[in-house]
Design a protein around this ligand. Sequence first.
Ligand SMILES: NC(=O)c1ccc[n+]([C@@H]2O[C@H](COP(=O)([O-])OP(=O)(O)OC[C@H]3O[C@@H](n4cnc5c(N)ncnc54)[C@H](O)[C@@H]3O)[C@@H](O)[C@H]2O)c1
Length: 362
Amino acid sequence: MKSLKVGVIGVGGIAQVAHIPNYQKIEGVEVIALSDVNEIKLKEVAKKFSISKTFTDYKELLKLKEIEAVSICTPNFLHKEQAVASFKAGKHLLCEKPLALNATEVEEILREAKKSKKKLMVAFCHRFDATSKILRRFIDRQELGEIYYVKASYLRRRGIPGLGGWFTTKKYAGGGPLIDVGVHILDLTLWLMGSPKPALALGSTYNKFKDQATDGGWPPLFTRTADKFTGTFDVEDLATAMVKFENDSTLFLEASWAGNSETGTSISLFGTKGGAYLNLPGGGGEELSVKFIIYKEVGGDLIDIYPQIPSQDSYYDEISHFIECIREDKEPLTKPEEMLNVVKIIEAIYRSAEKGEAVEIR
Ligand SMILES: NC(=O)c1ccc[n+]([C@@H]2O[C@H](COP(=O)([O-])OP(=O)(O)OC[C@H]3O[C@@H](n4cnc5c(N)ncnc54)[C@H](O)[C@@H]3O)[C@@H](O)[C@H]2O)c1
């Protein structure tokens, strides 16, 4: 098999934890170049993963003809510019979430992707969780019927990423937990709901931890070489929203980095023929085990199903899927229209929170 050569732009937390090591696990895939503006980190990561070509300017990396695909693992505000440049350079792209800061930027990326005829995938790793795949199979078999109400949350007790760095600075991140982790649960929920068209959002955001904020430990400390955390914290620490869809279904969404609350990634699906509850632990809280229940009624009896959850690695499955889509010319699981709707909803929630009223989503 011909080796498929990859470049990674941004070599911080997610590049070191998910992208580089998993590309390196796939037979016939080679990460041949890295780019980062932080030269000290760039050299350290190149040495750690035995990658010889390094560039402080990502445009130089994109000039390498032998590179077929790139991962963008940089702060959110850079995704649009780097994604557009990647497609113009004729590369397939796996872009970290969120794809961009707003719908206008996403639309530009989608136009370039279409023009280039290259693959675009967004790194929504939770779609590759074993629990998500099981849930999706129950839904595809019509076991839940019409899903008309969903509660989805991604809550942390004390989990502010990179306090004082780009994550907590609005102009670099675009927002706080809503665009950072809420985007994951929003994407997963929309996918499970069958991608209904959003119509209306009513959102609220809060920053109650400004004066008592502590760093939550992401990006992992070992990936923070020569990073600076001397900036601000001008984004929310909690966002909550109600979203109405054109098919009359409703989503109640919550995302926090800090709060005195339960924790974890939870989804509660209400369907006419069945329901489901899922809580994946995480976020420095007390929820230690996965809770996953499918609610059914069989012959008049109420039945709870506890699916067995096979162990797997969602990051590996995500990266493998991207490579498979390139090699077998398949459409990635994250569809363009879905990617646009995710960002439209996030934008609408922020707009609604700012205006203090419900806003339409067009
Ligand atoms: N899918 C997930 O589970 C997940 C988890 C964490 C982060 N993320 C996403 O991954 C992206 C990166 O997050 P992170 O946690 O790795 O952040 P990070 O701060 O650890 O890494 C970002 C890196 O980008 C580099 N960078 C900045 N400007 C650059 C430029 N112009 N060119 C090249 N490199 C540049 C920084 O120096 C840094 O090394 C974000 O979009 C974030 O939302 C996804």
